[in-house]
Design a protein around this ligand. Structure first.
Ligand code: MG
Length: 157
């Protein structure tokens, strides 16, 4: 068994679509980023890479590389997982927290969980998604950003 943690934060701006955990979310703003800005999938990638001892998302997919401009983060996660699998590991379970003041993510947690299970090719029972507001405090609480924390447990295959 190998454990890994991931964290990411992206700025919320007008004129971008919002994608969280591979799910398109209807909202007036979206996350700024070189790729699609999917803060949750980026944190999942870092947790998986970390658990397998494979570095971090910036080493694998540099934001200086035009290949990853507006990239679908689901594709990046699948590539990271391919490397994790090559290193001899598979996902045992994943737990996530999304920190967002708005939009309200409670009703979307089930869809995000299902999408994560689909991308990771595991059962939904192996995935958990939690959503928190920041009670109006700080930059996230003021709707300037969305962040995500993840923990993954990998098992040797
Ligand atoms: Mg990121």
């Amino acid at each position: 068994m190998r454990i890994g943690m991931g964290y990411d934060i992206h700025r919320l701006i007008e004129g971008r679509k919002l994608v969280l955990g591979g799910v398109r979310v209807e909202f007036t703003m979206g996350l700024l980023g070189h790729s699609d800005g999917d803060v949750l999938l980026h944190a999942v990638i870092d947790a998986c890479l970390g658990a397998a001892g494979l570095g971090d998302i910036g080493e694998l997919f540099p934001d200086t590389d035009s290949k990853y401009k507006d990239a679908d983060s689901a594709d990046l996660l699948r590539e990271a997982l391919r490397r994790v699998k090559d290193a001899g590991f598979g996902v045992h379970n994943l737990d996530c927290i999304i920190y967002a003041e708005k939009p309200k993510l409670g009703p979307l947690k089930g869809r995000i969980r299902a999408r994560l299970a689909e991308i990771l090719a595991v059962d939904e029972a192996q995935i958990n998604v939690k959503a928190k507001t920041m009670e109006g405090l700080g930059r996230i609480g003021e709707q300037e950003a969305i962040a995500a924390h993840t923990v993954v447990l990998l098992e040797g295959q």
